[in-house]
Design a binder for this molecule. Structure first.
Ligand SMILES: Cc1ncc(COP(=O)(O)O)c(C=O)c1O
Length: 366
């Protein structure tokens, strides 16, 4: 039996009635412009992350770029991030006119390496975007130690990490602002695009509310040149249904990850690391092996879904050719690009299916 990398239909079948009721309610009310569903999601998401403000926006990419704009970062400024991420992290920096600077990652967590960050700082550095990649939090204490004394802003890229914890605090509450994506494959996902920014800074929140709605301070008063980047009311209605199940889904992912770890132990590959004090939410379950391509071939043959994020990391993409990133020395990123593979992971996956996946991985390495 084939096993997909992620099964969106299976989850939809379980919540279909509630989702349809929520969508009908929104349509019946015809309050489709920053209405009650967006408001409720913003309140619940802020509580969930343990922050004062959550601002719904159109997608995760704009959650990042609007956060940078709200922090008044733009032309002439450098923003440091990683290349072990989706290209959107770097696009957001370019969108605000700033210069992306890329550093290497930690070989165990695959998140930004704080020592590399310290070495990359220049007088023009205004912000850093740590990415909580695959659902594991970056080392925020070490990052804050580097950034704090220099007044460098921190914008968390939490697009893959809804609910992950760092020293008991949820991601989204660990920097000046944080960006989340509700793209359909994320741990909390709509059936279309959506995003959220969280922050404890009331000024940043106020600017974000203006920026997402054409810079309007009050109806008809446009105080800054903004964007059309509002979270859609129908997506918010769907997300409110899913928000109630997020904790349960999160536990299911963690249980499946433990099961994978156990079944894959003893094989010549590296399973995901959970750093002390961190709670991984396994948006993606990634293994690392020099024989990655042989494993992929066997999975393909067996009809098992897999991915190779980020086989071609963003700093090597032609789109970013003007920023002299390709010649940077990023040995850990490049090694991950050659060796990392993601296996099926979604809350409805069964342990029997994990057995099947692990058997194929074992046979590839055997
Ligand atoms: C790490 C990371 N950053 C940013 C984004 C951008 O989010 P979106 O697709 O909602 O624009 C994504 C999601 O695709 C992501 O995985």
């Amino acid at each position: 039996m084939s096993i997909p990398l992620i099964d969106l239909k299976l989850q939809y079948q379980q919540i279909r009635q509630e989702v349809q009721t929520a969508i009908s309610g929104a349509l019946d009310s015809m309050q489709l412009f920053l209405g009650p569903n967006v408001q409720r999601l913003e309140e619940d998401f802020a509580n969930f992350c343990g922050v004062q403000h959550a601002i719904g926006v159109a997608n995760g990419t704009e959650a990042l770029s609007l956060s940078l704009r709200a922090l008044e970062i733009g032309r002439g400024d450098e923003v440091i991030t990683v290349s072990w991420t989706f290209i959107a992290t770097l696009e957001a920096i370019v969108h605000v006119g700033a210069t992306p600077v890329v550093v290497d990652i930690d070989p165990r967590t695959y998140c930004l390496d704080p020592a590399a960050l310290a070495r990359a700082i220049t007088p023009r550095t205004r912000a850093v975007i740590p990415v909580h990649v695959f659902g594991h939090p970056a080392d925020m204490d070490a990052i804050r130690e580097v950034c704090g004394p220099r007044r460098i802003h921190i914008v968390e890229d939490a697009c893959q990490a809804h609910g992950a914890r760092y020293r008991k605090q949820r991601v989204g509450s660990l920097g000046d602002a944080a960006a989340f994506s509700f793209y359909m494959s994320k741990n909390l996902a709509g059936y279309g695009d959506g995003g959220m920014v969280t922050t404890n800074d009331s000024d940043v929140a106020r600017r974000l509310r203006m920026l997402r709605d054409h810079g309007q301070e009050q109806r008809g008063v446009f105080s800054m040149v903004g964007y059309n980047s509002r979270l859609d009311e129908l997506q918010a209605a769907i997300l409110n249904v899913k928000m109630r199940r997020l904790a349960k889904w999160h536990e299911a992912r963690r249980h499946l990850a433990d099961y994978y770890n156990e079944k894959l132990s003893g094989l010549d590959l590296v399973t995901p690391h959970e750093a002390p004090g961190c709670e991984h939410v396994y948006h993606l379950y990634a293994i690392r092996s020099p024989r990655r391509d042989a494993i992929a071939a066997k999975l393909q043959e067996a009809g098992i879904g897999f991915a190779m994020h980020y086989k071609a990391p963003p700093h090597l993409q032609p789109a970013l050719g003007n920023y002299n990133l390709a010649q940077l020395d990023l040995p850990v990123t490049l090694r991950c690009a050659d060796e990392i593979l993601q296996l099926p992971m979604y809350p409805e996956l069964t342990t029997e299916q994990v057995d099947q996946v692990c058997e194929v991985v074992r046979s590839a390495l055997g």
